[in-house]
Design a protein around this ligand. Structure first.
Ligand code: PDD
Length: 281
């Protein structure tokens, strides 16, 4: 597979990045993950917009003009012939003397890779996944898509050890989000999901699911909810560029609803894929 280091499209085995890059020393960087179906990027504009915002929040200049960046990421997907899967890219502040404050001039570094993998027809899409709750150990600016992901890796490890597919993080008694996803529940005829703030990442798939709900005339309520409320919901599901829309069939070992992927989750997933493909590029 080829990856992108700066403007160079090279074999992954030849990729070299300096250990003095601030991404390596301080996790000083921003990333994005975009889903690919039919060789096209889903919700791409929303991902570019979030990337720009995240970089702006930490004063990190883009390594190249946005149009060039878009073109290079598209070129990476094409060069690898990926038809379905994910593209990952990150921008770090580049090489500098190890000093906590930002360097006077930075030379931001782009790194991107892509993977072919099934997104539409997966066992988890059909069967759903189990989830467990864990304490949210993260920092106070979770709206920034930082590459500093240690608390999320620890959360996911707890989920894995419990035989679950996602860890749902809880703070002050309320669910914030999944370790790498947004959490939603269906209660009656409404979709309920936490409101945006510095406490959660503004999920791109979340925003697109709101569009799907508008189309389907499903009311959306944005408010915090507890694990107990989630456990008693009709349906529980997550959204992310990695999993699209995925049913959660149990929480901390207790089944949600009938313990199967619910009909609204299924409908939202199908409609999301259909709508996202119409605008994909
Ligand atoms: N994660 N919340 C967190 C903490 C996330 O890491 C993610 C995505 C989401 C969902 O955002 P979106 O719908 O824009 O993918 C919410 C990506 C997929 C990852 O880290 O691999």
């Amino acid at each position: 597979m080829k990856c992108l280091v700066g403007t160079q499209l090279i074999d992954e085995s030849d990729a070299r990045i300096s250990p003095f890059d601030r991404g390596y020393l301080f996790a000083d960087g921003i990333y994005e993950v975009i889903a690919i179906i039919d060789s096209k990027m889903l919700d791409a504009q929303r991902h570019w917009d979030r990337l720009e915002r995240s970089c702006g929040e930490i004063d990190l200049p883009l390594p190249m003009a946005m149009d060039e960046l878009k073109g290079r990421i598209a070129g990476l997907i094409e060069a690898n012939g990926v038809t379905e899967g994910r593209v990952y890219f990150q921008i770090t502040r580049g090489v500098a003397e190890r000093d906590f404050a930002f360097p006077e001039t930075s030379d931001p570094q782009l790194f991107a890779f892509v993977r072919q993998t099934d997104l539409v027809n997966t066992p988890a899409a059909h069967d759903g996944i189990a989830a467990v709750t864990v304490p949210d150990l993260r920092w106070k600016r979770r709206d920034i898509k930082s590459i500093a992901l240690l608390p999320q890796t620890m959360a996911k490890q707890i989920a894995k050890q419990a035989g679950a597919g996602e860890a749902i993080m809880v703070e002050d008694g309320f669910i914030t989000e999944g370790s790498s996803s947004t959490i939603h529940m269906i209660k009656g005829d409404r979709l309920i999901t936490r409101q945006l703030s510095n406490d959660v990442l503004p999920g791109v798939t979340r925003a697109s699911i709101f569009d799907v709900c508008a189309d389907l005339k499903i009311a959306v309520e944005e408010r915090p909810f507890t694990p107990d409320e989630a456990a008693g919901a009709n349906e529980l599901f997550l959204t992310s560029a990695g999993a699209l829309v995925q049913g959660i069939t149990s929480l901390d070992g207790k089944p949600i609803g009938e313990g199967k992927v619910g009909p609204v989750t299924q409908l939202l997933r199908n409609k999301y894929i259909e709508l996202a493909l119409q605008t994909a590029d």
